[in-house]
Design a protein around this ligand. Structure first.
Ligand code: NAD
Length: 286
């Protein structure tokens, strides 16, 4: 039976450390500030934004939330981003994805000052991650690394398989595993015979967005299995990409869904915002 890695518990520990560090920074006159921009009425996005502002309150950050109508023009959003880029109270800017049709997410992200890009989506930050120079760690992959570290098993020299090659999860995940000297394979929708790769993985990160894609017979016995997937099954229940029932008896360590990677993503966003606030203080000699 696998040991369950709880993202909920780890997240609570890290958040209480972040709260202590925030209190110290506040004593020096710097209050970390996050701006969250929500455009339109997507119900899942509303939940994510609510959880982000709740985390800000829990840790003691200043926060601003902008609820903008889906009819807003890209120009108006860019004006808001400019204002936030120049605000001394704001150290992190987050544009909640997905945006309504007609708005170019990439173009809006490109306007965020890289120093305030706490999601690490700006091309400057993506480039820095690629050359191993990390200002901000991308939130979900960074959360995955923290979960792997709790096992006490080193990534160095391990066969690491990432299933999924998106810009926000798969690709940066591969970079972070590589930085810790893993031997990394990226699988994707055009990979024939996925099991051939996953069966050899000492560390498997599933981020395909396909419920039950990874079954127990595709997993190496004793391996670390991290499930990033968040899917709704036929009954509307939240499930991962890993078929937990068949995988758990085979894996050495496994994350549940919910309660695995999900809570860690927001915690890493808070960590990046704190880091940005600290950098801001250093630049101002505070
Ligand atoms: P995406 O749709 O952008 O990318 C999915 C990737 O999976 C693609 O690269 C595709 O090639 C690959 N893929 C699809 N079907 C496959 C198959 N049958 N075999 C192998 N590879 C396949 O998705 P994303 O934004 O990277 O998110 C992936 C999943 O992670 C989703 O379920 C998403 O909801 C979840 N997610 C969770 C968190 C979190 O905080 N827990 C954060 C981000 C994304």
């Amino acid at each position: 039976m696998a040991e369950i890695i709880s993202g909920t518990a780890l997240s609570a520990t890290i958040r209480s450390e972040l709260k202590c560090e925030t209190d110290k920074l506040k004593a020096q006159g710097i209050v970390p500030g996050l701006a969250v921009v929500l455009v339109g009425e997507d119900p899942a996005s509303k939940v994510y934004v609510r959880n982000k502002t709740k985390a800000c309150e829990e840790i003691g950050f200043y926060h601003e939330q902008y609820n903008l109508p889906a009819t807003i023009t890209e120009h108006e959003i860019l004006d808001l981003v400019d204002t936030l880029n120049h605000s001394d109270k704001i150290h992190g800017i987050l544009i909640q994805a997905p945006l309504p049709k007609g708005l170019d997410f990439k173009n809006i992200i490109n306007h965020i000052s890289p120093e305030k890009d706490v999601d690490a989506f700006h091309p400057v930050n993506v480039g820095k991650i690629t050359i191993g120079d990390f200002d901000f760690l991308p939130c979900t992959p960074a959360g995955v690394m923290e979960l792997i570290h709790t096992t006490g098993i080193s990534v160095e020299g391990k066969n690491c398989v990432v299933v999924g090659r998106s810009n926000i999860v798969g690709k940066p995940q591969a970079m972070l595993l590589l930085k810790e000297n893993g031997t990394v394979t990226i699988c994707h929708s055009k990979t024939p015979d996925l099991a051939q790769f996953t069966k050899n993985a000492d560390i498997l990160v599933a981020a395909a967005g396909k419920a039950g894609l990874i079954r127990g017979d595709m997993i190496k016995p004793g391996s670390i299995v991290i499930d990033v997937g968040m899917n709704r099954n036929e009954e509307g229940k939240l499930v991962g990409d890993v078929d937990f029932a068949s995988a758990e008896p085979v894996a050495g360590f496994i994350t549940p869904v919910p309660g695995g990677v999900g809570p860690m993503t927001i915690t890493m966003l808070m960590k990046n915002t704190l880091r940005s606030a600290r950098n801001h203080g250093k630049n101002k000699n505070l």
